[in-house]
Design a binder for this molecule. Structure first.
Ligand code: HPA
Length: 271
């Protein structure tokens, strides 16, 4: 069933979504939420015992993903450490033109379910030549090139330490080899030109992608602590000697999936 709720604020809609999740899962409060991007999908299974799986389109404000390779479910998982995790496999991308409210609805819903930590994952292009496809990296900060914000009106939110140093340090205790970098969100859905990649590098970027920054801002507005992880699915345009393709992104996500999903489950359990 699809829900179209008119005239309600994005926060009311998130409350409605959280109420549906609570009644469908029987879990009144979630502690931690994870958005699984390309390549990270198997982490849900490794996190713990699945209590319930919902079709995202049955939850107010969500619509099924239109992107091949992205799933459209919301799962409640009981972790061995006793915490409840909400696993969101239904991302709305900014390039889908459904508006920024739709893009950050999942994050606001996660906050409304009680989650205090938001783990945002994605598949992205790498600018650092030392990186290889299949490598996970931590997001240390972002540059938002969408010229948009999920914040409405005069809502001034501090973004210093948006990608929590505390959580990055904990993630590195799980895998000390994790490198980190600045994520640059472009609108997409086209991949960047080599010149745009060089610009992203010149302004301090290391990772290029089409998600996450807007979601991270909304998560911070909602009071959550954010951990961001990118799977480098390809070297960015011009850094890579080959043209980019969505299939390459999906294939390297699939190849890396077992390793990075285990890593993500271990990190989430350590937080
Ligand atoms: N650029 C933007 N988004 C992406 C890329 C990229 O190179 N790879 C996967 N998502």
């Amino acid at each position: 069933m699809a829900y179209f709720v008119m005239n309600s604020s994005p926060f009311e809609l998130a409350q409605e979504a959280a109420a549906v999740i609570a009644s469908a899962t029987g879990v009144a409060n979630h502690d931690i939420a994870l958005t699984l991007g390309s390549g990270w999908g198997k982490a849900g299974e490794l996190l713990g015992e699945t209590i319930a799986t919902l079709d995202a389109s049955d939850v107010p404000g969500f619509s099924s993903s239109g992107v091949p390779g992205h799933s459209g479910t919301i799962r409640s998982i009981s972790m061995p450490n006793g915490k409840a995790a909400l696993v969101i496999g239904a991302r709305t991308h900014y390039y889908e033109d459904k508006g920024v409210r739709a893009v950050v609805h999942s994050v606001r819903t996660a906050a409304a379910t009680g989650a205090k930590i938001m783990i945002l994952t994605n598949g992205a292009g790498g600018i650092k030549e030392s990186w290889s496809p299949g490598q996970p990296v931590l997001i240390s900060d972002h540059i938002n090139l969408t010229a948009n914000s999920p914040l409405e009106g005069a809502t001034f939110i501090d973004l210093t330490d948006l990608y929590s140093k505390r959580l990055r340090t904990l993630a590195k205790t799980v895998d000390p080899s994790l490198d980190e970098g600045v994520y640059v969100q472009f609108r997409g859905p086209h991949y960047e030109t080599p010149a745009e990649v060089q610009m992203a590098k010149a302004i301090g970027g290391h990772i290029v992608g089409m998600s996450t920054a807007l979601e991270a801002i909304a998560a911070r507005e909602a009071g959550m602590e954010v951990l961001g992880l990118s799977l480098i699915t390809n070297l960015a345009a011009g850094v890579s000697p080959h043209p980019l393709s969505h299939q390459e992104v999906i294939d390297s996500g699939k190849a890396a999936e077992p390793v990075i999903s285990k890593l993500l489950a271990d990190i989430a359990s350590a937080l």
